[in-house]
Design a protein around this ligand. Structure first.
Ligand code: ZN
Length: 138
């Protein structure tokens, strides 16, 4: 039997300049629609100023993620790219955290821990973001 590939795209509206958006339910919906039971799930966002992460989703820890990002990569800290469009911090945060994640798929279920949610991190919102989910397997 050969490997199958299923792909689905979603639009996500971020609400603020910095935002943490839970997307686990969309990943699980795509997995269900794929009818693929065992393999890998790629979660990707085709943007240079957003990122995909896996971690707990709860309002206070979400604020902490944003506080940490702002502390490590402060907006407006004299970045050269800010002369062009004022979002260098967002590019660097996206570069560091990454624009995709891969999760295991086993027995029709996304394999993840109790406190592991799939998150889209926004660094230059609010704006519409595209989410691409590809499921590979049998
Ligand atoms: Zn830019």
């Amino acid at each position: 039997m050969s490997c199958r590939v299923f792909m689905k795209e979603y639009n996500i509206e971020s609400r603020n300049r910095f935002d943490v958006v839970k997307i686990t339910h969309l990943v699980e919906e795509a997995v269900k629609e794929s009818k693929i039971a065992n393999g890998l799930v790629l979660v990707f966002t085709p943007h240079a100023t957003a990122a995909i992460a896996i971690n707990e989703y709860e309002p206070r820890i979400s604020d902490d993620y944003i506080s940490w990002i702002k502390r490590v990569i402060p907006p407006g800290a004299g970045w050269k790219h800010d002369e062009i469009d004022d979002n260098a911090h967002a590019h660097i945060a996206s570069l560091v955290i990454g624009q995709s994640k891969v999760l295991p798929l086993s027995g029709g279920r996304l394999v993840r821990g109790t406190w592991q949610e799939v998150l889209l991190l926004e660094f230059d919102g609010p704006r519409r973001r595209t989410l691409v989910i590809q499921v590979y397997g049998l």
